[in-house]
Design a protein around this ligand. Structure first.
Ligand code: ZN
Ligand code: ZN
Length: 274
């Protein structure tokens, strides 16, 4: 138990603040962690500040971008991104604005059906994380319009239902571009969750630089398979818990070799000198 390169904080949908994540990681004696919130880099600075007095502990600044490809969700991790880069911040901000607009449209559709909820209600449910349909569903349950989140999706929010509004999609290829433009290392997250993994070869041709081989949802056969695939294609191997601050806490609970971190760091140095 040495490192954990996939962790969410309260800046996306995690339950622990970046400071709490750092405290837990140091208590667990981890050597390095990566903060990889969904579509935001705002949790990185507080984590770095918290960790600055610990010389034996390193934080990799990261992000996890959600993308769509052939109606599948594909997540791309970006390691060592320049989290101060103004272009990156503008791109991430535009994602937030698009999400907000989508929620507005869904609320308007619900209103036409006599269902009255406000954007404030929905924001309160998101607790600062990326706004989306699950938060609308929670408000519908709370206000008694439906009995469960599942019912909210089934009756109103799913594709083909009356309040459905399609999402504007980012492709995994654009995500790779965004990460590279902010000096980061793009890595395919949890490929084991893909139903159709034929995209992996396309991502490799396009320039993805690594594959997350160790993940909470990967079984041993998948770890072996993706490790072989990464090594055959000269790609980096990464791994992490994808911890969201759950109980029991997954943070640091997977055996991710320290060597993955060293190689990632070496590539970052190499890119800087290139
Ligand atoms: Zn993910
Ligand atoms: Zn994640």
């Amino acid at each position: 138990m040495c490192i954990d390169l996939h962790i969410h904080t309260t800046f996306s949908d995690g339950l622990l603040t970046p400071e709490q994540v750092v405290n837990k990681a140091i208590k667990l004696n981890l050597k390095a962690i990566a903060i990889t919130d969904h579509d935001t880099v705002d949790g990185i600075r507080p984590a770095l500040n918290k960790a600055k007095n610990y010389t034996e502990f390193e934080i990799v600044p990261g992000v996890e971008l959600s993308t769509d490809w052939n109606s599948e969700e594909v997540h791309i991790l970006g390691y060592y991104i320049d989290y101060n880069d103004s272009n990156l911040k503008t791109v991430l901000l535009s994602f937030q604005q698009k999400r907000m607009k989508r929620v507005d449209k869904i609320i308007a559709r619900l209103k036409n059906m006599g269902i009255d909820i406000s954007i404030e209600d929905v924001c309160a449910k998101s607790k600062g994380s990326s706004l989306g349909r699950p938060h609308i569903a929670l408000v519908l349950v709370e206000k008694g319009y439906v009995c469960s989140v599942q019912e909210a999706f089934k009756d109103y929010l799913s594709k083909g239902k009356p309040a459905y509004v399609p999402k504007e999609k980012l492709t995994p290829f654009s995500a790779i571009d965004i990460i590279k433009q902010s000096s980061g290392i793009p890595v395919l997250a949890h490929p084991g969750l893909l139903e159709d993994d034929s995209i992996i070869n396309e991502l490799i041709s396009y320039g993805i630089m690594g594959i997350e081989v160790i993940h909470k949802n990967h079984n041993k056969a998948q770890v072996d398979y993706y490790t072989r695939l990464a090594l055959d294609n000269n790609l980096l191997l990464t791994g992490g818990s994808d911890s969201h601050g759950e109980t029991p806490l997954l943070l640091g609970s997977f055996d991710v070799p320290l060597n993955y971190f060293y190689k990632l760091k070496a590539i970052k140095k190499f890119l800087q000198y290139e």
